[in-house]
Design a protein around this ligand. Structure first.
Ligand SMILES: C[S@@+](CC[C@H](N)C(=O)[O-])C[C@H]1O[C@@H](n2cnc3c(N)ncnc32)[C@H](O)[C@@H]1O
Length: 206
């Protein structure tokens, strides 16, 4: 698994050099589609007056925090995790005016507890790791995410409901992952598969 994570880190560092800090560098063809993903993931947050903290697992250059601030969410703390040091440097630069607690961590292991955790696109690339191994990696990572999220978390995966699959990507069966979250993490689980991307989002509220 370490070998695959190294390749993923190199891929995204390379993409950042090639495209600069825009959506293409994190695998999204357009900024609109990146934002649509954030919109879906953010639905895990109920209407609340209090400020909250966030873990962003695979934060890229920090665009999800920028989205939350632009939408006037009151974010007290943001912990961005990424395998790519270059992505984290770019996050640090872009998020320098954030007036909450900013922590950027170069690791795939979560060491902070937050109110909500978001995962956008982080599980998509598996390179030559087998389907079975990657599925197990996602399950273990979701368990870690569940343990470090007080109020809930949300994640997206490419959908099994596609006509064509790229050999190095992971496509998730939404029914399997809905059930997995319902059985293992919480009674309050939503599956969103009604938006115009070849993906779905699961929201887990506690
Ligand atoms: C598809 S990009 C999305 C970035 C960001 N979530 C966004 O939507 O703008 C995935 C990011 O996750 C990072 N990543 C992939 N696997 C990771 C892991 N296991 N732990 C931490 N970061 C990871 C990659 O380096 C990359 O920057």
């Amino acid at each position: 698994m370490d070998d695959t994570l190294d390749k993923i880190s190199n891929l995204y560092s390379h993409n950042l050099t090639e495209h600069g800090d825009q959506s293409k560098a994190v695998g999204w063809p357009t900024a609109d589609s990146q934002e649509l993903r954030f919109e879906k993931l953010t639905q895990v947050i109920p209407e609340m007056d209090d400020s909250f903290s966030v873990n962003d697992y695979g934060c890229g250059y920090g665009a999800h925090l920028e989205y939350l601030l632009q939408k006037q969410y009151s974010v007290a703390g943001y912990n961005g995790y990424d395998l790519s040091e270059e992505m984290l440097s770019k996050s640090k630069e872009r998020l320098k005016d954030f007036d909450g607690d900013l922590t950027l961590i170069n690791s795939s292991k979560i060491s902070t507890v937050a109110d909500f955790t978001f995962v956008s696109g982080t599980f998509n690339v598996r390179f030559d790791s087998s389907y079975k191994k990657w599925k197990q990696f996602i399950e273990e990572t979701l368990t870690m995410i569940n343990e470090s999220s007080n109020l809930g978390f949300s994640f997206n995966l490419l959908s099994k409901y596609v006509d064509w699959e790229e050999p190095h990507l992971f496509y998730g069966d939404p029914c399997y992952w809905f059930d997995y979250c319902k059985v293992n993490f919480s009674k309050q689980v939503s599956l969103l598969h009604d938006y115009p991307l070849y993906e779905w989002t699961v929201l887990v509220r506690k």
